[in-house]
Write a protein that binds this ligand. Structure first.
Ligand code: ADP
Ligand code: MG
Length: 615
């Protein structure tokens, strides 16, 4: 029988290996930026078109390559960074596996120009799918410039696998930020679709953080510093009061390389224990320097995971040094004070004599008298609910009912009720609603009662309107009297640019203004008087977490978010006509019984339910 085992041809082997290193445009960005840093560059420029699907170009002023090295760089396992096996254990540069350039060249059309300081002429190389198409001398500045075009052009399956431009751009920004944060002493520029997204001059770490995440960060940072025999730790943590609901900026660097490590993340969280609101996440930018022999970074092909020899010791050093910093900057005590306040009685106004606390009882209150109570007398500052209560133990259900019903003070006399059926403009209002706790609407329904959650009902109505206008592409917008200019930080700005088409489809009239600003001329009709800037920021926050986002998916999420932000808030007092209108609109919806998040909007209580409550 003939032998059947054969070696894979080089180009096939490279394509397969490329799958490990090059998963998406962001992987190319990471590898090229890291090579430039390793080459000792002090200025690095990243230019990207269409989220890297058409072009990724990295140019540096680093040491460049000789003519031979330029060619060698694209061979698999070609690296200048290790010569013998032991070198692996002492490595502090980013790369050393010598795979990145070979892998990238296997799945794209690559063009490189490079020149060393002492050579007059540089080298130019063009490679497509690992075949060198052209090599020659060229005139070029000192350093290296690599353009990667048409990524995955020869592997359609991979190309199709790429996510929306917005998602891919987000990944690129993440990688860019990581490299830029790891090397504040290097200047970076990042241009996407001819917009400058980041311009980061060489600076201190604090300045770098502020340049990336916005001026507001300056006051949020608490420095961390600790040096032991095992490691040095330096950087910043965010003050607990600025912790965010969404996972904020959390960065660990080990020997100037970004890494992910759940165990160390927990160490930081532990240091914040008791200082954070539930579900909020602290920011941190922590830099560990440790003898490279004590870590193994090579366990993962993209090298963001890392194994430490002394994990537990490192955990405890991190936890104590972060805790120490938080304490030293007097954050813990001031926060404790704030936290306690939540549970304490608010101090009485200083201009009033202090009275002994007591239960306020409204002597005129008669639960059987259907008279409107004078407003404002319902609850004294320290009073609880009216105290007329059957002393028998009540079920939870009926307790809830009691407190609910006790909030219905104004059941008007019958005559008055007749009168108010006519609204101010004389139009006949079909049914009368009561607003309870400024958040529920109550009306009789058959022989029972119907309760409507006004905020969720409004969300449902808005959501269906937004979705309809997106689908029909008919949007109603209102022009602002004074166009509003909104400023975003460099990492949010590209996201808002990507969202512009969808925002327009929803009725926003807005344009980019350059310099991280957009100008809003008009807003959708359904947004009455929102704080615009806040609204757009919140949409962005929301979108940062997108993993899967087809275009439809994105629109749906935006519609849901927008409806939530624009819907009536608890505490909005509604007039009779507005309540009737809201309920009419709710019942005109295709799914009136649930909010866009799937929570109930309407609860019906039949007579039988009421009977049970009074049992
Ligand atoms: P690695 O970084 O793991 O060594 P790469 O495939 O990324 O492998 O790069 C191969 C070699 O090409 C590097 O070791 C380095 O000598 C050279 N090289 C790559 N990029 C640059 C650059 N921007 N400037 C100078 N030399 C570079
Ligand atoms: Mg490399």
């Amino acid at each position: 029988m003939a032998d059947i085992i054969r070696l894979l041809p080089d180009n096939v082997a490279n394509q397969i290996a490329a799958g490990e290193v090059v998963q998406r445009p962001a992987s190319v960005v990471k590898e090229l930026l890291e090579n430039s840093v390793d080459a000792g560059a002090s200025e690095i420029q990243l230019v990207v078109q269409e989220s890297g699907k058409t072009l990724i170009q990295v140019s540096d002023n680093g040491k460049g390559m000789t003519e031979t090295d330029a060619r060698m760089a694209f061979e698999r396992h070609a690296t200048s960074k290790i010569q013998k096996a032991e070198d692996i254990f002492g490595i502090i540069t980013k790369g050393f596996r010598g795979e990145a350039l070979a892998s990238i060249a296997a799945v794209s059309k690559l063009h490189m120009r490079t020149r060393q300081a002492d050579s007059e002429l540089g080298t130019e190389i063009k490679i497509a799918a690992n075949e060198v198409e052209h090599q020659d001398f060229c005139n070029c500045p000192q350093g290296t410039s690599i353009s990667v075009r048409s990524l995955f052009y020869n592997i359609p399956a991979r190309r199709n696998f790429l996510k929306s431009n917005q998602v891919e751009l987000r990944h690129i920004i993440d990688e860019f930020e990581r490299v830029a944060l790891a090397h504040p002493n290097v200047g970076f520029r990042f241009e996407h679709n001819n917009n400058e997204l980041f311009h980061l001059p060489a600076s201190t770490l604090r300045q770098r953080i502020v340049n990336i995440f916005g001026k507001k960060f300056n006051e949020k940072l608490v420095p961390v510093y600790e040096e032991t025999d095992l490691l040095r730790i330096e950087g910043f943590v965010g003050k607990p009061e600025f912790a965010k609901k969404t996972r904020g900026e959390q960065f660990f660097f080990v020997n100037f390389r970004y890494i992910r490590n759940g165990y160390l993340h927990k160490a930081v969280q532990k240091a914040f224990e008791g200082l954070l609101q539930p579900d909020s996440h602290p920011s941190y930018f922590l830099y560990l320097e440790i003898d490279p022999a004590r870590i193994d970074v090579n366990i993962h092909p993209t090298k963001t995971e890392i194994k430490f020899e002394d994990e537990r010791a490192i955990h405890s050093i991190i936890r104590t040094s972060v805790k120490h910093s938080l304490g030293q900057y007097n954050i813990a005590p001031s926060l404790d004070f704030e936290r306690d306040q939540q549970f304490a009685t608010p101090p009485p106004p200083s201009d009033r004599p202090i009275e002994a606390p007591g239960v306020y009882v409204d002597p005129s209150f008669n639960p059987f008298q259907k008279k409107e109570k004078p407003s404002g007398s319902a609850q004294g500052q320290w009073s609880s609910q009216p105290t007329y209560q059957d002393k028998r133990p009540t079920s939870k259900e009926s307790e809830e009912w009691e407190s609910l019903l006790s909030q219905i003070p104004e059941i008007p006399d019958v005559d008055q009720q007749q009168e108010s059926l006519l609204s101010t403009d004389g139009e006949m209002v079909q049914q009368r609603y009561l607003q309870i706790g400024k958040k529920y609407l109550l009306k009789t329904h058959g022989e029972g009662l119907m309760l409507i959650h006004q905020g969720r009902a409004h969300q449902r109505v808005l959501y269906e309107k937004i979705m309809a206008s997106l689908q029909n592409q008919q949007v109603a917008s209102q022009q602002l009297l004074f166009p509003q200019q909104l400023n975003f930080n460099s990492s949010d700005y590209p996201i808002i640019l990507e969202l512009i088409p969808s925002l327009r489809a929803m009725g926003f009239d807005l344009d980019e203004f350059g310099q991280n600003e957009i100008v809003v001329h008009g807003i959708p009709l359904f947004l009455e008087d929102p704080s615009l800037s806040d609204l757009l920021h919140q949409i962005i926050e929301n979108n940062k977490d997108f993993q899967s986002s087809s275009k439809d998916d994105l629109s749906e999420k935006m519609a849901r978010k927008m409806a939530k932000l624009a819907a009536l808030k608890v505490g909005t007092v509604l007039e009779q006509k507005a309540m009737a209108h809201l309920v009419d609109e709710l019942f005109a919806c295709s799914s009136p019984y649930h909010s866009p998040d799937g929570k109930p909007t309407i609860i019906n209580l039949a007579l039988g339910d009421l009977d049970k409550t009074f049992n």
